[in-house]
Design a protein around this ligand. Structure first.
Ligand code: FAD
Length: 487
């Protein structure tokens, strides 16, 4: 009997086996399945807007996630092949070599990914090989939620109401129990892809903080829903507590799908009705991810262009020294410095603190939000093409549904309110650990005796503030007034 022709499943930002529509369909046909991941640094150069090259922290995550995916594929008899090159020619060559009947993949609703996908389809069509594209990256197709001008909604609340109005998304699909594979296909090795830092190896903090991969993503979700969801609506703003899910990098790489998260959360709410408020809040955060992605669908150059054009005339300041002080967590504002050091060490930063440090860069230092966005892109393990620029623009005031520019976060009050005992600062800025709670967010107000007994020499062991809060705030408001006048 003739052997069935294999189907290739092309993995991208969907490094999982469960709720993977392309894999599910391929496996259910009973044909051999060959998983493929492509390191493609070339397609993106061919057409603007380009797929954004990964930053350092996401490259590290990708290496771990691919290893985990390969293990899971092996465990059910499948294969994951790694290749380098432009996706269209890599896929067409492999498809010809193994006599594949078709290539399946999940859509990524982003212009550059779709452009690469179209090239792949065209290359396969010339060889008479079918391609099939599935949805699975978002809760809702961005084409479904439009305003009357056929654009993505720019305000979150009505957007989220519309998403909820559509009811539950489809139930997640199970992972295939078994795959039939094709042996003897050459594959490159993750180790040879140079994704992880060696000299210097700065990834120690990432290894300590994270276990990438699908199994770990589901463990995190379960632990969060079992142990931490109660009180989420309030605790999610507290960087000193373990109050959020920490699912963002897993979602970023598609190790878990948003509809798996949605259904697990809804199930928890049905079992424990007292958690309904916390779960609604949690799902609305997932809604922000969706909102940012829908915006990106309409605005592929979201990381480059102010959504509100009057910001093109904003008098940003170039100040390499201040930018460096911010990146290194040496601004003299404890909550800002704690956040920036948490980011550098662990690859994430608490959401509340992301807002504070972003506001500080853009408003107190008047540095263009794009410089901060780029730094986050390189250092976050959850760096996301939608969420990162959309949130930066939100904080800067240049974006959709943005915080008004005149709302300047006060880093002292933010610290005192959300890290009242200074536990977060003590963890990430240990040189301040011995300061009493009431001055830990403003060490420059400490008396010489207080500083001496905490072992601090201001300006030597810890910096004095690089900008005075009040003056920084006034300068920011003056700069904003200039662009408002030009409107
Ligand atoms: P939880 O509170 O458990 O939320 C659950 C999920 O909802 C998150 O995993 C995430 O997928 C989503 N989510 C939560 N808040 C937001 C938000 N404001 N915008 C979009 N999605 C959200 N998030 C990223 O995933 N990638 C980024 O590159 C990113 N850059 C940011 C930059 C700035 C300046 C700011 C202010 C926020 C940014 N965020 C980004 C959003 C948010 O900070 C993180 O998603 C959150 O801290 C992740 O922690 P968690 O998984 O424990 O969140």
């Amino acid at each position: 009997m003739a052997r069935a022709q294999p189907v290739i499943v092309w993995f991208r930002d969907d490094l999982r086996l469960s709720d993977h529509p392309a894999l599910h369909d391929a496996a259910s046909r009973g044909a051999p399945v060959v998983g493929l991941y492509i390191r493609d640094d070339e397609s993106r150069a061919l057409m603007p807007p380009a797929v954004r090259p990964l930053g350092g922290a996401t490259r590290w995550w990708l290496a771990q996630s691919l290893r985990a995916l390969r293990k899971s594929c092996d465990a059910i008899g499948g294969t994951l092949v790694l290749r380098t090159g432009p996706a269209a020619s890599v896929i067409a060559t492999l498809a010809r070599d193994i006599n594949a009947s078709a290539v399946f993949w999940n859509d990524i609703a982003q212009a550059p990914h779709r452009a690469v996908g179209r090239d792949v389809e065209a290359a396969l069509a010339t060889d008479g090989i079918a391609s099939q594209i599935f949805a699975g990256d978002l809760l809702v197709d961005p084409k479904v939620i439009r305003n009357k001008d056929n654009r993505a909604l720019r305000v979150f609340t009505p957007f989220w109401r519309r998403v909820q109005g559509l009811g539950d998304p489809p139930k997640p699909l199970p992972a295939p129990r078994k795959l039939t594979s094709v042996s003897g296909i050459a594959s490159e090795a993750v180790d040879d892809w140079d994704l992880e830092p060696t000299r210097p190896d700065w990834a120690g903090g990432l290894r300590e903080s994270w276990t990438p991969g699908e199994a770990a993503a589901h463990d995190r979700l379960k632990t969060f829903l079992d142990e931490s969801i109660s009180g989420y609506a309030g605790d999610r703003d507290r960087p000193d507590r373990d109050g959020t899910s920490r699912l963002s990098p897993h979602l970023r790489f598609g190790e878990i799908s948003p509809r798996q998260v949605w259904h697990a959360a809804r199930f928890a709410a049905a079992e424990h009705p007292r958690l309904a408020g916390d779960i609604d809040k949690f799902l609305s955060e997932l809604g922000w991810r969706e909102f940012c992605r829908h915006l990106l669908f309409d605005v592929p150059d979201l990381a480059d262009r102010n959504l509100q054009e009057q910001f093109d005339a904003f008098p940003w300041k170039r100040n390499a020294l201040f930018l460096k002080a911010w990146q290194r967590g040496l601004t003299g504002y404890p909550i800002v410095d704690a956040g920036m050091r948490e980011l550098w060490r662990s690859g994430v930063m608490h959401n509340r603190v992301r807002m504070v440090v972003a506001s500080f860069l853009v408003k107190h230092l008047l540095i263009d939000w794009r410089s901060g966005e780029e730094w986050f892109w390189d250092t976050l393990v959850d760096a996301d093409a939608g969420s990162n620029p959309a949130n930066w623009q939100w904080v800067a005031g240049s974006g959709a549904d943005a915080a008004p520019y005149f709302r300047v976060f006060n880093p002292i009050l933010q610290g005192e309110k959300f890290d009242p005992d200074g536990a977060y600062v003590r963890r990430w800025v240990p040189e301040l650990a011995r300061l009493p709670n009431d001055i830990i967010h403003q060490p420059w107000t400490a008396t010489p005796i207080e500083l001496a007994s905490a072992g601090i020499e201001l300006g030597t062991t810890y910096p004095a503030p690089i900008v005075d809060h009040k003056k920084g705030r006034e300068r920011a408001l003056a700069a904003y007034t200039k662009i408002r006048r030009k409107e």
